[in-house]
Design a protein around this ligand. Structure first.
Ligand SMILES: Nc1nc2c(ncn2[C@@H]2O[C@H](COP(=O)(O)OP(=O)(O)OP(=O)(O)O)[C@@H](O)[C@H]2O)c(=O)[nH]1
Ligand SMILES: [Mg+2]
Length: 460
């Protein structure tokens, strides 16, 4: 385990060229490092807390100027990490930043591990663990809605809810424990009945939060949608249309697309990864056969499949095969080339695939495309259930901990109803509190912490 007695440093901005780049330093030596390396333009005496200073970073060995910077010292505990922190705004070139970082390290800091600043913030109770996790979610958010959800977790919305559940459980535990002391005097019956109801209420609240997970996962991780169909139905045209640019080659030659092509679009805040695939047909040609093999792999891994059918030709065996291979999937049945004469009817389609409502579109001219997006959205969100809740569970780790909390509470409820088992019930509630505490990091073990923070970038 890394100690908190040392001082860490890292470049906090992305590699590459930028207007400014930031070197961040945190730990007990931050101020000393600042005194060693920083020469302010105007000598204003001792550095003031949270003031922005202009000056130079100087190499103490050679006396030469490394960069002209703006610098802020934030004394503990009022900093991100809760420790003395130095932020040096340098010119945003990689070599400049590296040179400044080198001096900082020579002056006594060591390079930070990934996520170490946030880990310190967590260890110093500046953030709980779920908030720390929200920091990465915020940084890696793929859509605006994902960003808003991460920010709400970072601001402690989820933590608040969990904290109130926790207080409720502690109250229940206290009553339960006092009732254990009183059992002999036979006053336990009344309180037990209420407690069972209290536990039930907490389970309901937890289930309410759990039910938002699907939505949260959707906005955070997105949706994986594969476009499939026989050759020449307009799959690549559809990809281009949804993307709003010419990404895939479109020709009138069947078998144009060989490899798969993946691009992400945003549908009402959901990051949707679209995969255009090779047209499915019986082929003896090696490259095409490989491409078609990919189709089935992609379809297998998809959350949703768009089956595209050419409305200007009669359905073929290939259409039927594609439909058969997707019976277990969430599908959108889209009939393309609606701008041309229709050679297939909805009734015929319903015969082949009874549980999907055909949607006529024109990839080439844009007809029906907004309806298609709506269809994808509502299918993904199961018709918008919970889609606007204030607290949304986005993290699998949190979901599992909450499920375990609910399981322990169900066991507690059971034991409460069997009056003699109050002690067991108390035990279950302590278990539930442990699982709940995992989310905020109150009861989380070192391995899990290591795993969580290793996913962060260096400098965060
Ligand atoms: N009229 C009309 N033509 C379309 C439409 N969509 C695609 N096409 C035409 O159909 C032909 C095939 O389009 P692609 O997008 O290449 O079809 P694909 O399904 O990707 O074909 P493969 O890659 O060969 O499997 C092209 O000539 C397109 O211009 C449409 O909505 N209306
Ligand atoms: Mg194609």
């Amino acid at each position: 385990m890394l100690t908190k007695d040392d001082t860490i440093a890292a470049i906090a901005t992305p590699h590459g060229v930028g207007g400014i780049g930031i070197v961040r330093v945190s730990g007990p030596d931050a101020e000393e490092i600042c005194r060693t390396l920083f020469r302010p333009t105007a000598d204003t005496g001792p550095l003031r807390n949270r003031y922005l200073y202009h000056g130079d970073i100087i190499s103490p060995e050679t006396g030469s100027i490394i960069d002209e910077v703006l610098l802020t010292l934030m004394r503990r505990p009022h900093s991100y990490t809760g420790e003395d922190t130095l932020e040096i705004n340098c010119h945003g070139g990689y070599l400049v930043l590296q040179a400044v970082l080198n001096e900082v390290i020579k002056a006594g800091a060591r390079p930070a591990e990934p996520g170490e600043f946030t880990r310190r913030a967590y260890l110093n109770n500046r953030l709980d663990l779920s908030q720390a996790e929200a920091v990465t979610d915020l940084i890696t958010a793929k859509t605006d809605r994902g960003r808003a959800l991460a920010l709400s977790s970072l601001k402690g919305k989820l933590s608040e809810k969990l904290q109130s559940i926790r207080s409720g459980l502690i109250e229940i535990l206290t009553s339960l424990e006092s009732s254990i002391d009183f059992t002999e005097e036979d006053v336990s019956l009344g309180p037990h009945r209420n407690l069972s109801k209290d536990v039930e209420d907490v389970i309901i609240r937890i289930n309410g939060i759990l039910s938002t997970y699907k939505e949260g996962k959707l906005f955070r991780d997105g949706l994986n949608v594969v476009i499939t169909g026989k050759p020449n139905v307009g799959k690549s045209s559809l990809l281009n249309r949804l993307l709003g640019e010419r990404r895939a080659i479109v020709t009138s030659v069947p078998g144009t697309t060989r490899d798969f092509i993946e691009e992400t679009i945003n549908i009402r805040g959901i990051p949707v990864k679209l995969t255009d695939t090779a047209g499915v047909r019986k082929s003896t040609e090696a490259i095409e056969k490989e491409g078609i093999k990919f189709v089935w792999e992609k379809v297998l891994a998809a959350d949703m499949v768009i089956i595209l059918i050419d409305g200007n030709t009669r359905p073929t065996e290939e259409d039927v095969e594609i439909i058969n291979r997707n019976r277990k999937k969430k599908i959108v049945l889209a009939i393309n080339k609606s701008d041309l004469p229709h050679k297939i009817t909805d009734v015929e389609l319903t015969d082949i695939i009874p549980d999907a409502e055909p949607l006529w579109i024109s990839a080439k001219y844009g007809g029906g495309i907004s309806e298609l997006k709506e269809r994808i959205y509502s299918l993904a969100s199961d018709d918008g259930e919970h889609m606007e809740s204030d607290v949304v569970l986005t993290n699998l780790r949190h979901k599992i901990s909450l499920e375990k909390t609910a399981e322990s509470l169900a066991a507690a409820k059971d034991n409460i109803s069997r009056e003699s088992a109050a002690e067991l019930a108390a035990f279950d509630i302590r278990d539930a509190l442990d699982h709940l505490g995992n989310i905020a990091g109150e009861t989380t073990n070192e391995d899990i912490l290591n795993r969580i923070f290793s996913n962060f970038c260096v400098g965060k």
